[in-house]
Write a protein that binds this ligand. Structure first.
Ligand code: DP6
Length: 331
């Protein structure tokens, strides 16, 4: 089995300029329209299927990395020092382990999220993508987007899609070392597209994505149906994007999210992220659509709902969901 450090070192060794005093990187958050749920390799975050997301423009993460005195890493998030035993610092330090020139070499990381923390948009994907960029800047590796995507994936799978703006497809790949599993931008623009975050519950989710998808692969009796479903959804979504067909994009996106949540519910023990408020929001969308409003939703591993619509319908969407935070992914 190839380890994550071996993959990282294969990409960066023999490259680089003299180390700078600090490296900086930024990356957008992304929301999957066709979801990633299940790995074929947990060490390297290699997915069972491809997936396709939309990046959230200015919403994401900024990271600054510099060498530190030690005797441990110093990790900051939004100007607050992070306890070394906390989830954030542990994940960041484990990621830095892939790159340390020698054991006992320490870093200072200053991470800042430009995603409002309460907006229900995940920031781990943009965080690892920004970290990969900051390390590239620190060491002057001059890596390609594809190489940066592979490195970001070693931190979190969905981070493979956070190196670029717009629509990004993460190719599942088939190589055991994952060198062909990376994000690639689709040559499409859709300036009128809008995404709206509806925050229904900001509490910590009961089961994280990492644990949840592992459980689904191991115990969900329908999981074997999932790769075929994703392949069909990816083809239909790419076609919808090429034609700028909002109804087709919305139909595929909403259906794919509901199929993923059905897998979760059929996992043992079951994983149900929806709250009564989530179901109410779905019904609001369906009722509005029945009345002619072109509005669809998607959901990730949590109870919050993300809406998809076009700019011309923003006022009506705001009328239905007064607290919605609207993002224009194409600026
Ligand atoms: C439901 O990328 O957070 O948001 O690879 O274990 O870090 P790890 O998982 P992660 O999973 C994201 C799952 C999802 C769907 C998606 O973003 O495609």
């Amino acid at each position: 089995m190839t380890t994550a450090r071996e993959v990282a070192q294969r990409i960066v060794s023999g490259r680089g300029l003299p180390e700078e005093t600090a490296g900086r990187g930024r990356a957008p958050a992304n929301i999957a329209l066709v979801k990633y749920w299940g790995k074929r390799d947990e060490e390297l975050n290699l997915p069972v299927t491809g997936s396709l997301s939309i990046s959230l423009g200015p919403l994401g993460s900024e990271v600054e990395v510099s060498p530190a005195e030690g005797p441990h890493d110093a990790i900051w998030l939004n100007s607050a020092p992070q306890p070394l035993t906390g989830v954030f610092a542990r994940r960041a330090s484990a990621y830095l382990d892939l790159f340390r020139p020698a054991p006992g070499y320490w870093y200072e990381v200053k991470a800042r999220n430009t995603v409002p923390t309460a907006a229900g948009f995940a920031s781990s994907a943009s965080g690892f993508a920004a970290m990969a960029r900051a390390l590239d800047d620190l060491y002057g590796w001059g890596l390609s987007i594809r190489e940066l995507s592979v490195l970001a994936r070693l931190g979190s799978g969905s981070a493979a899609r956070s190196l670029q703006d717009g629509f990004v497809e993460w190719h599942a790949g088939s190589a055991p070392d994952g060198m062909d599993s990376y994000g690639e931008r689709l040559p499409a623009e859709w300036p009128e597209l809008r995404m709206g975050a509806v925050v229904l519950c900001a509490a910590e989710k009961p089961v994280g994505s990492r644990e949840g998808m592992k459980r689904s692969v191991e115990t969900c009796e329908f999981y074997r149906e999932w790769p075929g479903r994703v392949a069909a959804d990816l083809a239909a979504l790419k076609d919808a994007i090429a034609r700028k067909d909002m109804a087709a994009l919305g139909t595929v996106t909403e259906g794919n999210a509901l199929a993923m949540h059905a897998l979760m519910a059929a996992t043992r023990p079951p994983i149900v992220y929806a709250l009564p408020e989530t179901v109410a929001a779905m019904r609001t969308v369906w009722a509005a659509r029945q009345e002619g409003l072109p509005l669809w939703f998607t959901m990730d591993a949590g109870p919050n709902v993300k809406l998809l619509f076009e700019a011309k319908d923003e006022a009506r969407v705001r009328g239905l969901f007064p607290g919605v935070q609207v993002v224009a992914p194409f600026g």
